[in-house]
Design a protein around this ligand. Sequence first.
Ligand SMILES: Cc1ncc(COP(=O)(O)O)c(C=O)c1O
Length: 385
Amino acid sequence: MNSIKNTTTSKLPNVKTTIFTTVGNLARKNNAIDLSQGFPNFSADPKLLQLASNAIKDNHNQYAPMEGYYPLREIIASKIEKLHNKNYDPVNEVTVTVGATQAIYTAITAFVHKGDEVIVLKPAYDCYEPAIEINGGIPVYVQLEGPDYKIDWSILKSKISSKTRMIVINTPHNPTGRIFTKDDMLCLQEILKNTNIILVSDEVYEHIIYDGKEHHSASRFNDLASRSFVCASFGKTFHVTGWKLGYCVAPAELMHEFRKVHQFAVFCVDHPAQRAIAQYLKNEQNYLDLNNFYQEKRDFFLSRLRNSRLKFTPTEGTYFQLLDYTEISQETDEELAKSLIVEKKLASIAISSFNVASRQDGVLRFCFAKRKETLEKACDILCDL
Ligand SMILES: Cc1ncc(COP(=O)(O)O)c(C=O)c1O
């Protein structure tokens, strides 16, 4: 008799275990300082933790509404209106999700049919392509070139065909730390005008932007907003990645299709956490202060690296910094990342795993959402290289 293994064809034959799991395991095994995955090693605000604890104790422990706890959807809509001057109806246009990951996966699943093309900018965070491929879609790539990783819109335009169903963008961008300017968003808007292309705008680092620069959400641009799922993550904004709480906003007719998938993928999302976040969002300083909080960490990290042999362009947004190691080593980024963990006890991410065909950019990605003493130790190791 055939075993299950022999009779099953993988739907994702080329997908391996995600780099974050592989590197995280290796870092733990080697007791390495972990600047690989994007999560803080400091606590969230005790006030937020207390609100979650209260919600559990007050017995809000059963299913939340399918679309999300209504007061949370209301405050998300009013936050977007204040920041981006765009009105979303909390009833039909805001849905709370299991992190941004589920928002992105669900939007792709709801709209990408077999044979549809989806444009992805590389390097890219690794959750987009598997979602496209499992739905029979075909990723079409636009490569961003270092060191500035600015986008050439004429290249993107040339990749659009009659089969293009969707474009996925990410600003501020992981792993490069670049942000889309207002002009970038206007170019994209112009390219998409009079098409039926849907935009998925991954904006999980919307509140982590440096040097007084501004986040230009797709929701700010009328024609873009009319075709967009704007996806966000409370995990990233409030230092609670383990809560896996996010949301997306989209025009009602798009959201209607989204919810058809959402209701059978997860039905609803962690109820006490939604109540806690709804309360916590009432004080807007809780997210408006985040830029300064992380700017201090970025500046500290980079000031410590000034005397190292690593080269860098300061990251404009996100809590990631790319470091160019080409003066130190000719190894591939995977080889160097591995030897740094095993021999120097410092974990980072090889960004070839975010590129097509493991393309080498000669850089590693470091997450600086860490306590000062962790960053100090990491920088000592990096300065010795
Ligand atoms: C660009 C980007 N999008 C989405 C996510 C996932 O966000 P969440 O944890 O809210 O699912 C991450 C997490 O690292 C990310 O970096």
